[in-house]
Each structure stands twice: as C-alpha cells, then as structure tokens.
Design a protein around this ligand. Structure first.
Ligand code: CP3
Length: 353
C-alpha cells in the first residue's frame, strides 16, 4: 500500500504537529452536490447506490475532486448493519430510513445475531478497498459505523423518531432486552469496523447521533458503555500504523470527560460547545474534531470565513484539532460555500501551528 502524501488528518488525530489544521466534513458526499444527485439517479435510489461499489466509490471521491479536503470517508450508511441483520431497510422519499421489521417482540430480540461482514456487508468492504486504491495515498480513508445505541434507536423505533417512545419504554420497562440488543450491536460494530480496517480504512469513526437524547445516568449505561466495548475490540494497528478512532456523540457536551476516557483517540464535538473550553476539559487526553455550526454554510462567504476563524481561535494554538462541522452538511448548502470554508481553514490555521 502506498505511503500517505497528506497525513495531516492522521497526525492531528494522534496530536502530532501539522503545518495547518486538517479539515473534512461529515456528510461531505451527498445531495448538496449536483454530481451526487446525478450518480444517485443513475443508481436508481440511495440503497442501490450504497450497495454498488463502483458508484459508491465515485460519490466518495466527488467532494475530493472539488475541495482540498484532508480525508475521505467511505460512502455508506450506519443502517447497513441492521439491514444485514434482516430488518428490511428501505428509504421513504422525504421521510428517511424505515425498517419493515422493527424489533419489538422478545423472541425477535433473542434471535438477533451480529452479521458476518465478509458475507452480508461485502459491498461495503469492496467499496473501502476500491476507494483506497483510487485514492492512491492522496489522503487517508475513514471507515465508520453507528454507535450500538444509535443503531438500536432505528431498529426499535423502525425509523427516525422525535421522542424515542418505543426504545425509551423498553429501556425503563425491559432494560435486559435493550441490553441484549446493544450487546449484539456492539459485537456487530466491532466485526464491521475491523473488517473495514482490514479492507483499507486508515481511521474509524463511531457516530452516536442519538446518545445525547438520553438522561445523564442512562447515557453511560446504554450508550457510552457499549461504545467502550467497541473501542476495546478494535484493531488498533495496521501495517505498523496506528488506526485512530473518533467518537462523536451529538449533544454529548455533558459527558466529554467520560467520552475522552473511553479509549478513543479523538472526540467529535457538536456546534453547541466552545472548542477552547472543551480543550481545557479534555485536550490533554484526546484530539478534538469539530465544530462549526453546519447552518453557517448557508451564510455569505465573509460570515463563513469569520465562523472558521472563530472555531480556530477558540481551539487556540497547537495540534490535536481536526476541523469539521458540528454535524453533517445540509442538503441546501451551496457547494461554493464549502470551497470557501476549506480554503479559510487551510489559510487561517497556519498561524496557530
Ligand atoms: O459523511 C459522508 O459523506 C459519508 C456518508 C454518510 C451517510 N450517512 C450517507 C447518507 C454517513 C457518515 C452517514 C451516517 C448516518 N446515517 C448517520 C450518522 C450521522 C448523522 O448524520 O448523524 C445517521 C443517523 C444515518 C441514518 C440516515 N441515513 C438517515 C437518518 C438518512 C436520511 C436523512 C437524510 O439526510 O436524508 C440517511 C440517508 C443518507 N445517508 C443520505 C446520505 C447521503 C441521503 C440519502 C439520499 O441520497 O437520499
């Protein structure tokens, strides 16, 4: 495998010095890019796109062709795991993901098992390998998975939910059933991420989109504990190089110290937090990733530059910072605004290194 030409992202995750702050964006490939919409139309629908390694590789590389991003993230979805478990994933236009067979019955939960990634998630591993070859060492490739709890939210609710009625009822009435789901999910995520690392992913990220919806006691027991189980099971080195891990809990500001102690290399920070204050709390233990308010990409170029400047100055001098949004790119983002942001981060961050 070729040596990385740009390893600023990996170095920042390991809190090593870099000449500037590396930047990539959650959901950097997606509907805000006209070329994504064209490829998706060719595929027919989102799931057909994800399950076709040639087309998934193509859309993974689209944002890198436009912007000087410092990392690629494999184009896939967190819900590939529950789909591989047989829950029957489909996407309803305008409403998001939907499972044909949500987990409600005790017997279904008892029968749940982690899928074998080599068999049921082969298409994702093929995409990882193909993207890695196409990148030819330009920038590192990130693999990812959902957190056990976030996956369970979709599996139990059957789709997106505003109040998490079903999973929270299970949490308080039948906690042992939820623990069973979370344990299966954790084992599934370990096997899946390790298979992505084996296929060529050079860093991994765990998306805990819904952990922040839990109470402060429940977060530790039902989300963080299982992410810790995942981190304990991850392959930490490949080809003699550390494979850094990033843990991102949206709305996780209250638990940053505990998250930083979970064994991850970097903590993703959402846009509600002040990066300097977060750094004071945990910056000696882990790198930080974030945290521009995604809606700022809807603003005028001057405001975007100002927003980038403010995140950089909040974080302050020195390494250990990967610039990102505090959550995914909105589909209404003008692509030229992403160019403004990436340029601003590269320009303005040199003064801090
Ligand atoms: O960052 C990247 O560029 C990689 C791609 C990526 C997607 N999903 C592609 C996608 C990643 C990292 C994800 C993760 C994901 N998927 C999460 C965690 C991150 C987060 O945003 O909090 C979650 C919760 C999901 C589940 C999911 N997938 C939802 C709720 C939806 C529908 C919402 C929406 O934006 O439409 C999806 C679909 C999805 N995943 C799209 C993309 C580009 C849009 C599908 C389309 O083209 O119609």
């Amino acid at each position: 495998m070729s040596k990385l030409k740009n390893d600023t992202f990996i170095r920042a995750l390991l809190r090593q010095p870099t000449p500037y702050t590396p930047v990539w964006l959650m959901r950097q490939a997606g509907r805000y890019l006209p070329e994504y919409n064209a490829t998706r139309a060719r595929a027919g629908n989102f799931l057909a796109l994800v399950s076709n390694p040639d087309l998934a590789t193509e859309v993974t590389l689209q944002p890198l062709a436009r912007f000087a991003l410092d990392a690629a993230i494999v184009f896939s979805d967190i819900l590939t795991i529950p789909d591989a478990m047989g829950l029957g994933l489909h996407f309803v236009e305008g409403e998001g993901p939907c499972f044909a067979r949500p987990l409600r019955e005790e017997w279904e939960i008892r029968n749940l098992a982690p899928p074998d990634p080599d068999q049921h998630l082969r298409y994702v591993l093929d995409t990882v390998a193909q993207v890695r070859r196409s990148l030819a060492g330009e920038v590192p490739l990130i693999g990812f998975a959902g957190s056990p709890f976030t996956l369970a939210c979709y599996m139990v609710e059957g789709g997106p939910s505003a109040d998490f009625q079903h999973i929270k009822t299970m949490l308080y009435r039948r906690p042992e059933l939820l623990h069973r789901i979370l344990d299966v999910n954790a084992r599934a995520v370990i096997a899946y991420l390790n298979a992505q690392i084996e296929a060529g992913a050079q860093a991994v990220m765990i998306f805990d989109t819904w952990g922040g919806a839990l109470g402060h006691v429940e977060y530790r027991e039902f989300s963080l504990a299982y992410m810790q189980q995942v981190l304990d099971g991850l392959t930490r080195e490949r080809d003699g190089l550390r494979v850094p891990s990033i843990l991102f809990t949206k709305g996780g500001g209250a638990w940053l110290e505990a998250i930083a102690d979970s064994g991850c290399d970097a903590v993703g920070v959402d846009w509600t937090m002040h990066m300097g204050k977060v750094r004071e709390r945990v910056g000696e233990r882990v790198a930080l990733q974030g945290n521009l308010e995604p809606a700022l990409l809807l603003a005028a170029p001057e405001a975007i530059r100002k927003g980038a400047a403010s995140v950089l100055s909040d974080y302050g001098r020195g390494g250990g910072h990967v610039f990102n949004l505090g959550h995914g790119v909105s589909r209404f983002t003008p692509p030229e605004n992403v160019a403004v942001l990436v340029e601003a981060v590269h320009d303005l961050s040199r003064a801090y290194h």
